[in-house]
Design a protein around this ligand. Sequence first.
Ligand code: GDP
Length: 472
Amino acid sequence: STLADRLTRGLDSVSDTVSSVFREPVLRLGVTGLSRAGKTVFITSLVANLMDRGRMPGLLAAADGRITAAFLQPQPNDTLPRFDYETHLGALTAEYPHWPESTRAISELRLSLRVRPSGLLGGLQGPRTVHIDIVDYPGEWLLDLGLLGKSFAEWSQDTLTRIESRPEAAEYLELMRAQDASAPLDEPAAQALAQRYTDYLAQARAAGLSDCTPGRFLLPGDLAGSPVLTFAPLPPLSKPARKSLWREFERRFEAYKSRVVKPFFRDHFARIDRQVVLVDVLGAVHSGPQAVEDMRLAMRDILSAFRPGTNAFLSRIFRGRRVEKILFAATKADHLHHTQHAQLTALTEALLRDARDRAAFAGAETSALALASIRATTEETRTHERETLNCVRGTLLTQDGQRGKQAAFYPGALPDDPGKILNPARDGANQWLEADYEVMNFAPSLSTLKPGEGPPHIRLDRAAQFLFGDQL
Ligand code: GDP
């Protein structure tokens, strides 16, 4: 290694020592949610609002003016990609603002805040530095936890039962049935099966279904094309021969669990202190009862990862520590007029309660709210055939991602009782948010942001207060 290399490494270890001497607190904040739930936009807007000391009145330390500086530092984890904050903010604040690229894999960003102590000590002590290590990772990866307790035969059985009657899976099932799984492995045939199965997962996601394992098939990161991702469920087989397709898929499934799933949980997940789980509740409601039911089950599975007591592997890696706070947040609330926000919050709370009733979170504090990380709309009340409608107005994105015309929409109304959405069987399968919701694909509009303003949002500051306000 070069001298410069060694010097920087020397400096690193000095600064490590210095920070451990002064015990600057480090809080690891996990941000997760299924793909397109809004993780990238959430982190970008949160950091931008804190760096600019923008619109954060709900974050008490910010409201009190005690945050004297906010800056980004090299993250402590040398082997994780850095969350590409500058590029994402650049997309949102460009002359023609557009949404940034979504989360594809795990990444990390260290945001450091200089904070003046509150209360009596405030005058006596100097400011402290609090580091917030934001860890962004796909919620799909959490769903893989359920695989750890299953053999390949069990996982195959469960999966095939579930997808049997799904139209999205027809092509995969046809290909699978044409295979002789007891014949020796043929790599091109294995790849074709894995590819068809991945296509099924992608279509199921597009249809709003959430129970899509293995999670890495959809978001492979740098594992794309590797053998650990080249398998698929197969029907049971008695005494499959060594080197048969079945045995090889079984081996790869086991490798997926031990080489992909376990390291993620051990090295990253088990070190998280606070967690926000973002959910596109409105998107699921719009897609219909099947998507809502699916989201409910996926959230239950995701949240069960926060209950280490019930899973031997998790209890081992958590070694008695736990995630202290979990926020469950419905995103994109700017699609609804604020008169509907209470209903959206109630629905989100009901979803959380449903998962919590089954899984007491071992003392973790939980909360639910509805937010918009970036507010892309304004509100407007219109009269239509003597009826007043509470609308939202924004700039539409065209099919090819260009900025289209401005328009006001009425997305429909959510029921006061969330049970009507969560138990469609009890209340008759109703379609909610059917009106204009489909076309409400708004562009962000931040190009006129002034320094010190921070991107407009809804309740992002309340989310921040719950997640780390107590540490500031
Ligand atoms: P990720 O896959 O979880 O990282 O999701 P993103 O953060 O990339 O968000 C996915 C898409 O949802 C974005 O491209 C936006 O179209 C939309 N979106 C996310 N957050 C908001 C929000 O606060 N308001 C609005 N109107 N749209 C949002």
